[in-house]
Design a protein around this ligand. Structure first.
Ligand code: MTE
Ligand code: MO
Length: 299
């Protein structure tokens, strides 16, 4: 499948040596199409230098393996990720169990360097490998009545020690409105830094929705269901006052217990400079999805 649209810089667009490039160097090194894309995105057009592989894989949230930031790295090796299949059901033309191997053979894997902003107010930049969720949904055939997409993570207490504790109502579930799910920025990631996705980051397939708080980016997905009503989501069920269905990154809507105006970029140490958080995490191109909506009421 052809690469239809690119939101951000990808490492295949820049010179082979991964170095920090300033805007002028970047534009000099890019093809004409990308220059246009870059010109339209002046606001977010800083060079995105990814966090290190070590940072991304050792500072994780994956409560199925424990609630500490290093628990997933320590425990997620217990998860069997091959073979793996994803059930796609609900309002689709061809429901069924799709093996990940089969899915990957049909999708074009590309690299997307995305900002990632956790609701806890830390952030990082990740070079994901994956494909657009829209391509997978189109493969299954979305019925006209479908309005939402529900996602579910594996629940295997034998392999996921964290699920023996009632921290969340397992399995972890998430959801998107169909237009959010079909947006070209919405990625299904199967890798990072050009390597298969480490288990702690959600192997073998996880969602990445870069303009929403990190908890929307559900890991180790076993089921995708097209529905006509808004699906329940884990953090909203756990605390609906603090975590809404939309959970778009929004510096103007604070968490009831902390400000969302700024964030701490990972990798700079505990006392690194905070930086301003951007509306939609800098991905302004999604603003039209929410036109006419009160983003305070629909947080
Ligand atoms: N199944 C599942 N998915 C999950 C989580 C989780 O605990 N379980 N944590 C979420 C949160 S809070 C964040 S910030 C991101 C973290 O992704 P990373 O560890 O790959 O950076 O995963 C999200 N996806
Ligand atoms: Mo998070």
């Amino acid at each position: 499948m052809a690469k239809r649209w690119t939101n951000d810089l990808t490492r295949s667009d820049i010179t082979p040596e991964r170095v920090f490039l300033n805007r002028r160097q970047l534009i000099a090194g890019l093809g004409a199409g990308t220059i246009l894309a870059a010109a339209g995105r002046a606001n977010a057009q800083e060079a995105l230098e990814p966090n290190s592989f070590e940072d991304i894989t050792n500072y994780c949230n994956f409560y199925e393996f424990g609630t500490g930031k290093s628990d997933p790295a320590a425990n997620a090796h217990m998860l069997t990720t091959d073979p793996w299949s994803v059930k796609i059901d609900g309002l689709v033309d061809t429901p069924g169990e799709y093996s990940v191997a089969d899915i990957l053979s049909k999708m074009t894997i590309e690299e997307r360097i995305y900002r990632f902003r956790c609701v806890e107010a830390w952030s990082m930049i990740v070079p994901w490998n994956g494909f657009e969720l829209a391509d997978l949904l189109q493969m299954a055939g979305v019925k006209p009545e479908a309005k939402y997409v529900a996602f579910e993570t594996a629940l295997r207490p034998d392999e996921m020690p964290g699920t023996r504790f009632p921290v969340l109502d397992w399995p972890y579930v998430e959801g998107l409105r169909l237009d959010e799910a079909m947006h070209p920025l919405t990625l299904m990631a199967s890798g990072l830094y050009g390597k298969p996705l480490p288990n702690q980051n959600g192997a073998p397939l996880r969602l990445v929705v870069p303009w929403k708080y990190g908890f929307k980016s559900i890991k180790s997905i076993v089921r995708i269901t097209l529905t006509d009503s808004e699906p329940p989501t884990s953090w909203n069920k756990a605390n609906g006052r603090e975590y809404g269905f939309y959970s778009n990154v929004n510096p103007e809507v604070d968490h009831p217990r902390w400000s969302q105006a700024t964030e701490r970029p990972l990798g700079g140490g505990l006392f690194s400079r905070r930086r301003p958080t951007l509306m939609f995490n800098g991905y302004d191109e999604v603003a039209s999805l929410y036109e006419g909506m009160d983003l305070r009421a629909n947080f």
